[in-house]
Design a protein around this ligand. Structure first.
Ligand code: GL9
Length: 832
């Protein structure tokens, strides 16, 4: 079938086909050379940081050679490419990843050993590139890995933030935010490309001119122009054949002074805004799933889209001159959420005002170029910008948006004559007290394809978010279930398990993850079960040491390692996990012989700095942890650990050690989740709701190998309709009542009664918007079942093996193959 062909043609290759071979002696020599001539130090003086830089520089030499070859090959073949526009790329560390993709990890390890240096220590020196908040940004990073691995011509476009996501410290239980300075001591991977600097206009006014032919011509006189300086990060595919780039734009002030604006006198001052150009790319907004609504955020979005479009057009023109007819054959732009949606009117502006194409031709090109991925249904995350704000910053774009909307609404009129309700609903402009531009609607109207990120999510996008759009353009709304790169999330982060798997089924799985299914045959084999669980035990011991190092807490490595790692958000329900932990504590206090296997509850989560309740939940977790960990009556059975500063590199240490994966969002709220896939891939058993990709994980592993609990999407909808009252549960479930009342006392916060009350209030008088109490009983039951299952060592081992074995679907290679087949229509380009 066509599908199979697409899959085959985009199938990832295995690492051992790498054309680059480097011996141990060569690597050693190169590292020493860079230590001397790049870093100006020597083997005796160098600390681990210097070794990290020298080793990275040695790798970068190989990387750049493949980059040059790739770019030449793509140029010669005039390839169609995908341009992935994203305000976030959560790359993490690159050294270990690049070594694995060059198949040089072991060789480099041995080379460094001969120099008296431990590679694992060297790797720890690399600061994470944390240019993203969470799932959405990490997905972009996994996609870049797969695109390069599958030899697909691709470029990532984003912002070169000086400060990535804040560093989290915990002081007296509370989150403190500190700036992250990932490039403070230089970054060995990025290359500045001053030859490709772009200029971006902002503010000012629009002049209407009438040409001789009667044609109306719009001229934007910007009040301010900033420079965009590109920094390239090479993206090495597995096997290191293709090396693509991630191009990130840094803002700088330009020496430009607008005489034209100056000459038009006093009127100008009102239109001209003095923004500090450098502030545009200074810092990543730390909000996940909430609009920032800030002028600077809109400017960030426009800034990187405008730079990227100019860059794309420059490259296109080099190959095709002024022939615009082939633009959408060569260029597809994927919008990662609506953050880059302003690129749609920007391309229209270029085509209509600059190239002087007629509107319909320009719109035809636009709507064959853009595709849009929706990542969430949460209303607070759907971006809307005040018309007045866009008017001020981008005066020409607001006109274009109105024109797009005008033409779109006449289409709606044709389909539903006289129906003003539908028109108001679909309109790109929301007519509220303050007029707003709905970026989601703009993205749907301006794209040829729209996709959700898991089956259930895409279904809800179709049925609830954009139902009329489906009627208007059948087939435009699609699904592409998310995925994760198995190179980083199994091969590199879990070397012991990777080795065991390799011995059992060979080493092809990183580029064809469905091969893991062969492990199913050994799920009942006692020897293999023991080997598998021995690896898990070793990983738990390593994490226990890390926990001790980071928090001073000692944990029992024979206990169940139960992990919830993700951004802190009410819908993700870390507080449901917490009240259940409190209930277990209470059961143990009331009945010391209460039967439960020792369990360590481990959390990692950052809260948006302005999200008070999220910060309160972090505080509560830490206070409950303090009490339990220091209570000799229970601390041999329960421990609670909050690991500060959760980030990609910490995830890589936690995930291999997990026995249990907590995926407990209210059904309908988590679009997909990707941490759920990473944990299951590493042999953790999910306790979760039927939400996002959990549903597809359950389908793959089977009901016996996952603990599903709670309401379904339909049941949640039904309960909301009927009217949900958390007090009903509070008064009927003694355990729930006791635990919530406990939060009001000073038991966990001695001398400070009420310090945890906001949590109780949110779940009671606050209406419990995410229905923790409604799912509590069922969650508690699932936990009992889990506890029993763990007691049966063989059964648990089998479950763990089957989780790893059945994760083939969730490789990001499959996601990318789906995008290629359903949306991008790309062909791989082999780079010799
Ligand atoms: C998210 C969804 O909430 C996740 O369920 C989804 O897996 C990812 C990737 O598609 O996208 N949308 C979103 O705004 N975030 C997501 O994680 N938030 C962050 O990136 C922090």
């Amino acid at each position: 079938t066509a599908k199979e062909t697409a899959r085959k043609s985009t199938k990832a290759k295995s690492a051992d086909t790498s054309s680059i071979t480097y011996s141990k002696a060569q690597i050693k020599q190169s590292i020493v050379k860079h230590l001397h001539s790049t870093l100006g130090t020597d083997e005796n003086k160098a600390n681990n940081h210097a070794w990290w830089k020298a080793t990275s520089a040695a790798m970068q030499e190989l990387v750049l050679e493949r980059l040059r070859t790739t770019q030449k090959t793509h140029y010669i073949n005039d390839t169609r490419a995908v341009h992935y526009f994203s305000a976030e790329f959560l790359m993490g560390r690159l050294l270990s990843n690049n070594m694995h993709n060059f198949n040089l990890f072991e060789t480099a390890d041995a080379a460094l050993k001969e120099l008296g240096v431990e590679l694992t220590d060297v790797l720890e020196e690399e600061p994470d590139m944390a240019l993203g908040n969470g799932g959405l940004g990490r997905l972009a990073a996994c996609f870049l890995d797969s695109l390069a691995t599958m030899d697909l011509p691709a470029i990532g476009y984003g912002i070169h933030y000086e400060h990535g996501l804040f560093r989290q410290e915990i002081k007296n239980g509370a989150q403190i935010e500190r700036p992250d300075s990932w490039r403070h001591y230089g970054n060995p991977w990025e290359i500045c490309r001053p030859e490709s600097i772009q200029e971006v206009p902002l503010f000012g006014y629009v002049e209407t001119k009438y040409g001789a032919n009667g044609r109306v011509k719009k001229e934007w006189h910007p009040g301010n122009i900033v420079k965009g300086v590109p920094w390239d990060i090479p993206i090495v595919g597995y096997g290191a054949k293709t090396v693509n780039v991630l191009r990130l734009w840094q803002s700088e002030s330009s020496d430009y002074f607008n005489w034209d604006v100056f000459n038009s006198g006093g009127y100008v001052d009102a239109q001209r805004e003095n923004i500090q150009a450098e502030t545009i790319s200074k810092v990543l907004y730390p909000n996940d799933e909430t609009r920032a609504g800030k002028e600077l955020r809109l400017i960030q979005q426009y800034f990187f889209c405008a730079c990227s479009l100019k860059d794309i057009i420059r490259r296109y023109k080099r190959a095709h001159g002024d022939d615009w007819s082939r633009f959408s054959e060569q260029v597809v732009i994927q919008l990662n959420d609506t953050h880059p949606a302003i690129a749609i009117p920007e391309l229209m502006r270029i085509l209509v005002d600059r190239v002087e194409l007629d509107w319909d031709t320009a719109w035809g090109i636009c709507t064959k170029t853009f595709a849009y991925t929706n990542h969430t249904l949460l209303p607070e995350a759907l971006e809307r910008w005040p018309v007045r704000m866009i008017e001020k910053i981008l005066p020409r774009h607001i006109e274009i948006i109105y024109e797009i909307n005008h033409r779109f609404l006449s289409l709606v009129e044709k389909k539903w004559p006289g129906n003003n309700v539908i028109k108001a609903k679909l309109s790109i402009i929301e007519e509220s007290t303050e007029k707003m531009v709905r970026m989601g609607n703009l993205s749907v109207v301006g794209s040829f394809a729209v996709n959700g990120v898991a089956e259930i999510h895409s279904k809800l996008v179709k049925e609830n978010l954009f139902p009329e759009f489906e009627a208007l353009w059948p087939g435009k709304l699609k699904n592409v279930t998310n995925g994760i790169t198995p190179r980083r999330w199994l091969k590199a982060c879990n070397p012991l398990l990777s080795e065991l798997i390799g011995k059992k089924i060979g080493n092809d799985w990183p580029s064809d993850l469905t091969r893991l299914n062969k492990l199913s045959e050994f799920a009942d084999n006692t020897t293999f079960q023991n080997q598998f669980m021995k690896v898990k035990q070793k990983n738990k011991e390593a994490l226990a040491a890390e926990i001790k190092h980071l928090t001073g807490i000692s944990v029992d490595t024979k206990a169940i390692f139960d992990i919830q790692i993700k951004r802190l958000h009410e819908y993700k329900r870390q507080h449901l996990n917490l009240i259940h932990i409190m209930a277990l504590y209470k059961r143990l206090l009331e009945d010391p012989s209460y039967d439960m296997h020792p369990r360590v509850f481990i959390f990692g989560a950052k809260a948006a700095p302005g999200y008070t309740l999220a910060k309160d939940i972090i505080f509560a977790i830490n206070k409950v942890a303090d009490k339990i960990n220091n209570d000799p009556r229970v601390n041999h059975i329960i421990k609670v650990v909050f690991l500060p500063n959760y980030r990609v590199s910490l995830a890589e240490k936690m995930i291999p050690a997990a026995d249990v994966s907590q995926q407990i969002s209210t059904a309908g709220k988590e679009a997909s989740g990707t941490g759920n896939m990473k944990l299951a891939l590493n042999g953790a058993i999910t306790i979760g709701t039927l939400d996002g990709a959990n549903i597809e994980i359950a389908e793959e592993v089977g009901d016996d190998n996952i603990f599903i609990f709670g309401m379904t999407v339909d049941e949640v909808t039904e309960l909301s309709k009927k009217g949900y009252n958390p007090f009903d549960i509070y008064y009927h479930n003694n355990e729930v009542k006791a635990v919530l009342d406990w939060l009001d006392t000073d038991y966990f916060t001695p001398g400070q009664p009420g310090a945890l009350s906001s949590l109780k209030n949110s779940m009671l008088s606050g209406g419990d918007p995410y229905m923790c109490l409604a799912d509590y009983e069922s969650y508690s039951e699932a936990n009992r079942a889990l506890n029993i299952a763990y007691r049966d060592k063989s059964r648990w081992a089998k479950m763990a093996i089957l989780n790893t074995a059945k994760m083939g679907k969730f490789t990001s290679d499959r996601s990318i193959a789906d995008y290629v087949e359903r949306i991008w229509k790309l062909t791989p380009c082999t780079v010799e």
